[in-house]
Write a protein that binds this ligand. Structure first.
Ligand code: FAD
Length: 424
């Protein structure tokens, strides 16, 4: 039966080396270049949405959880001058980023006329459609542009019962699976009676969870004093989370789920190529030369994604009895929307920012995968509204979410080298 195509889903392990080679040498460098451009670095998000599920949550007081506007450059320069003899590399890098942001008029939320005009252009292209994910109301005064380059995903110290409550709520209530983080179960190890779609859903969430935990281990706060913070790889943190022996065999499975998530998002990028190839599509940044250059880079990346030889076959999903498949797809959508709402309950703002972005990105990938007919029906040349639309927020989250997963795959390589150096 079409439902029986489970091998494609479960056999990601044998693809790991191909994915590593493909990602680390080809995709990763190009994607990083693209994500540092103006179009992709500014993400509009409402970090003040109230949590719709519980009211007793506390405010996170951890300083690394803050999503900060950039320190005004003049002040940073003053500090740099005073402490120039001991000014850290990281801090001067921050300073450079501040200057870039100030040029773009993004400091302290005030946008230059040029950027504002470009954002208006993007808005014209936004449209409601068949979403897997809750999108923030970008017109709400609470929604703000965040410069993602100034707020990297890394260790924040967010942990304990608050963080567990989020993961627990996702797995237990929103993952088609009676699953408790206190008593971890592995729904893939046994035949848990889950259909292929529901198992895939669990793997996507678990892959996302693995990616977040790789990032916090790779950009861990190693040392801090008055003058500088030292961020870097924490090998023992990584081992505690992913080593086979230390996790009762769960770690490697979680890493395979990360590769599974990679394949799903890569497939979505390959499928969405026609949308971006239309001459009517522009990356409005207010600078036509840069727009054209970045569109060229984007298309190169998507062609590269399309050329991947071992693509995931999504037709295996929702392929059974039509009525059942429609119901299952609706369940899938509803559950995924719920997960995106759970993100509004994450107390740590930095974690909330990246959690929202990544669930939105994954939701967009799923929307693409299940809109094959609409994408195919898109007119090639006309400027009229195509049958398939993506909002700017969806585009930015899709590419940045894939950027996170691609970086995780790259970081795994770094951890492998660090671990083998330790053994020698
Ligand atoms: P947790 O990671 O909290 O996991 C809880 C339990 O879930 C584990 O004991 C295990 O049973 C199970 N589990 C763990 N990993 C997986 C997996 N991949 N698949 C299936 N089950 C699994 N911290 C930061 O420092 N920086 C961040 O940017 C950040 N972002 C976050 C974003 C969100 C949305 C959330 C909910 C948390 C975030 N955190 C972040 C916190 C981080 O993910 C951990 O919760 C925290 O470090 C505590 O880790 P832990 O070892 O207690 O296990």
């Amino acid at each position: 039966s079409p439902r029986g195509v489970t091998g494609t889903l479960d056999d990601c392990a044998c693809d790991v080396e191909t994915i590593d080679r493909f990602n680390n040498k080809e995709i990763f460098p190009k994607l990083q270049k693209l994500l540092s451009s103006d179009y992709f670095r500014f993400y509009k998000v409402n970090l003040n949405n109230p949590c719709p599920f519980w009211t007793d949550h506390s405010q996170c007081g951890l300083k690394y959880c803050a999503v900060k506007p950039c320190t005004p450059v003049s002040f940073s320069k003053f500090i740099q001058l005073i402490f120039s003899y001991k000014y850290s590399e990281a801090a001067s890098q921050d300073l450079e980023e501040c200057e870039k942001a100030e040029k773009l008029g993004a400091v302290n939320g005030s946008l230059s006329d040029e950027t504002r005009q470009a954002l208006q252009e993007w808005k014209k292209h936004d449209d409601e459609s068949d979403r897997f994910c809750m999108l923030d109301d970008v017109d709400s005064p609470e929604s703000q542009y965040v410069d993602l380059l100034l707020n990297p995903e890394r260790f924040t110290g967010y942990k304990g019962p608050e963080a567990w409550r989020i993961w627990n709520s996702i797995y237990e209530e929103n993952c088609f699976k009676p699953y408790s983080v206190k008593r971890p179960l592995n729904p893939l190890a046994s035949n848990s009676g889950l259909c292929v779609e529901k198992r895939a859903f669990f793997r996507l969430i678990s892959g996302l969870h693995a990616s977040i935990n790789i990032h916090l281990s790779a950009r861990y706060l190693l040392d801090e004093n008055w003058f500088e913070m030292k961020w870097g790889h924490n090998v023992s943190e990584f081992q505690l989370r992913f080593d086979k022996e230390l996790t009762e065999g769960e770690g490697p499975k979680r890493l395979r789920n990360l590769y599974f998530l990679y394949l799903i998002e890569l497939r979505a990028l390959a499928k969405i190529l026609p949308y971006f190839e239309r001459p009517a599509f522009h990356l409005y940044t207010g600078q036509p030369t840069e727009d054209n250059e970045k569109k060229k880079l984007l298309l190169e990346l998507l062609h590269m994604a399309k050329s991947f030889p071992l693509h995931f076959d999504e037709t295996a999903l929702f392929a059974g009895n039509k009525k059942e498949a429609i119901k299952l797809k609706e369940d899938f959508k509803l559950t995924f929307k719920n997960i995106s709402r759970v993100m509004d309950c994450v107390e740590c703002f930095k974690c909330r920012l990246w959690g929202k972005l990544q669930t939105q990105g994954l939701g967009t990938a799923l929307k693409i995968l299940f809109s094959e007919r609409q994408i195919e029906a898109m007119p090639n040349t006309s400027n009229t509204n195509p049958s398939f639309q993506l909002s700017r927020q969806e585009i930015v989250s899709l590419f940045n979410a894939f950027g996170r997963i691609s970086t995780s795959v790259r970081e795994l390589d770094n951890f492998r080298s660090l671990l083998s150096n330790l053994k020698q």
